[in-house]
Design a protein around this ligand. Structure first.
Ligand code: FES
Length: 250
């Protein structure tokens, strides 16, 4: 199907979102809660664009581009004055919530706008409720964290704020968080996250800690592999694979 984004004719497959098509055509749309590896939820609304059903249509609708499936003939504008104003409002609200988060600062630099000195968040929270962590945890089959409480008290945590049997300490939630809100403490022996301590597995090659024991078991279970299948860190595995490749090729 065909659509037009910022005056540029684009080809798209059925089921694609405006954001996917725009990025393929190098058209910039800012995002925050979106992650290519996860299902969209439209939580941050930073990716809003204006759409019209066809070239002659006058009325435009503002939609989240990461969630909106393309339609044939769609006319998309990514930077109308209204779109810019809405994005700026969203970004100001996010910046007021966690002004020190590097990702938010980078977006403010990229999108311009007035320089405002925001006071640090009262509770020190850097969570912007983008649900990336929750979705990532669900994607790896753990479902260990969720939104708890309501209104201003709403936050992401293990159910009942209790160390949960479901968490494997993999750290995916912290790695994917765009603001660095999720605290992780790590030593060669253990990793602490969500107030729970996990023993680290040591690489059989170089001895470096490379994942928690619980993560190792979980991944082996997902792949129906032997529990001790993952014995080496990524660097050692790559080195072994490269060595094998050289032997085969010579
Ligand atoms: S990136 Fe689309 S709503 Fe957050």
């Amino acid at each position: 199907m065909q659509l037009v984004i910022d005056g540029i004719p684009c080809t798209a497959e059925s089921g694609e979102t405006i954001l996917q098509v725009a990025r393929r055509n190098r058209i910039d749309i800012p995002t925050l809660c979106h992650h290519d590896a996860l299902e969209g939820v439209g939580a941050c609304r930073l990716c809003v664009v204006a759409v019209r059903a066809h070239a002659e249509a006058v009325d435009a609708q503002v939609v989240a581009s990461c969630m909106y499936a393309v339609k044939d003939g769609l006319q998309v504008d990514t930077a109308t004055p209204e779109v810019r104003r809405l994005r700026q409002t969203v970004l100001d609200l996010l910046a007021a919530r966690c002004p020190d988060a590097p990702e938010i600062q980078a977006l403010r630099e990229r999108m311009g706008g007035d320089a405002i000195d925001y006071a640090p968040a009262v509770d020190g929270s850097k969570c912007i409720m983008c649900y990336r962590c929750v979705r990532a945890c669900e994607a790896i089959g753990c479902n260990a964290i969720a939104a708890v409480n309501r209104g201003p008290q709403k936050e992401i945590a293990p159910p009942f704020f209790d160390a949960t049997q479901r968490c494997i300490g993999c750290g995916t939630c912290a790695a994917i968080c765009p603001t660095g809100h999720i605290a992780v403490t790590e030593t060669p022996q253990y990793r602490e996250i969500w107030s729970q301590r996990f023993a680290m597995a040591q690489c059989a090659g170089c001895g470096a800690p490379f994942m928690t024991e619980a993560t190792r078991e979980h991944l082996a279970g997902l792949g129906k592999l032997k529990p001790d299948y993952f014995t080496h860190c990524a660097a050692c595995r790559q080195r072994d694979a490269a060595a094998r490749f050289v032997r085969v090729g010579t």
